[in-house]
Design a protein around this ligand. Structure first.
Ligand code: UDP
Length: 239
């Protein structure tokens, strides 16, 4: 049996990771690939919680830039994350992986409301828990949601899934050939060097709660398994 480094994970999946190359909408074949990877890790006995982003459908900031009231635009963003969560639940269920979606804004006809103790119970029973609706508050992000939920459920790590980028670099590797990849960083580096892994609210919450992060490329099949088994394929941020 392979050794497991992280027994309870929170995977942050941005909306972009569900959208494919055009960055927009939901592409079922892409979500199926993700669901396959998740099934692999549940079979190892790893407890999996997921926080879905919504940027493939709507971002509050964009609405505000176009003249909308920011909170209203943010609530639309939170609803977008619920659509992604339902699509991911559908894909996982096709693979017979038991799941529960919990929303921070009540939508009882389609999902459970977020209840921390219930989420932990689901995880203990081997169900994948998908947290949707962000924190339920405007002006926050789903990165912050991942930092918050990870602390609440006492996760071992947050896996920050990136699209075709295999870790954190000193500069954008697509633009700068001298960009250097970091294998390890501290939480303080993230804030001081402004490396763009998470927004500052999410970074400071994960630093305050001492929550390790691993940034890795989600597009390579099998990578989630590699990370939970402790293979050094991305950038680990800790301490
Ligand atoms: N959002 C919010 N509060 C939260 C989480 C998300 O208002 O706690 C809104 C916000 O408008 C954001 C949108 O939901 O732009 C989508 O989330 P995010 O941008 O984090 O998604 P991602 O970039 O990960 O796809």
């Amino acid at each position: 049996m392979a050794k497991i480094k992280y027994n309870r994970i929170v995977l942050k999946v941005s909306g972009e990771a569900l959208a494919g190359s055009d960055g927009f909408g939901i592409k079922p074949p892409i979500i199926s690939q993700l669901a396959e990877q998740l099934k692999q890790v549940t079979e190892l006995g790893v407890q999996v919680a997921i926080v879905c982003g919504g940027g493939n459908i709507w971002r509050g900031e964009t609405g505000a830039e176009l003249g909308m009231e920011r909170s209203q635009a943010d609530y639309m963003g939170m609803l977008a994350t619920v659509m992604n969560a339902l699509a991911l639940q559908d894909s996982l269920e096709h693979l017979d992986v038991p799941t529960r979606v919990q929303t921070s804004i009540e939508m009882r006809q389609i999902a459970e409301p977020y209840i921390r103790r219930k989420a932990i119970r689901h995880l203990e029973k081997g169900r994948v828990v998908i947290f949707a609706g962000g924190t339920g508050n405007p002006y926050f992000s789903t990165d912050t949601t991942a930092a918050l939920r990870a602390a609440e459920i006492d996760a071992d790590v947050i896996l920050m899934a990136k699209n075709n980028v295999d870790g954190v670099y000193s500069a954008d590797p697509k633009k700068d050939p001298n960009a250097k990849k970091f294998d390890e960083l501290t939480q303080l580096d993230l804030i001081n060097k402004n490396l763009g892994v998470m927004d500052s609210t999410a970074s400071s919450l994960s630093m305050d709660t001492d929550m390790p992060l691993v940034v890795f490329n989600i597009n390579e099949p099998g990578n989630i398994k590699r990370v939970v088994e402790g293979e050094n394929i991305g950038t680990t941020i800790q301490g």
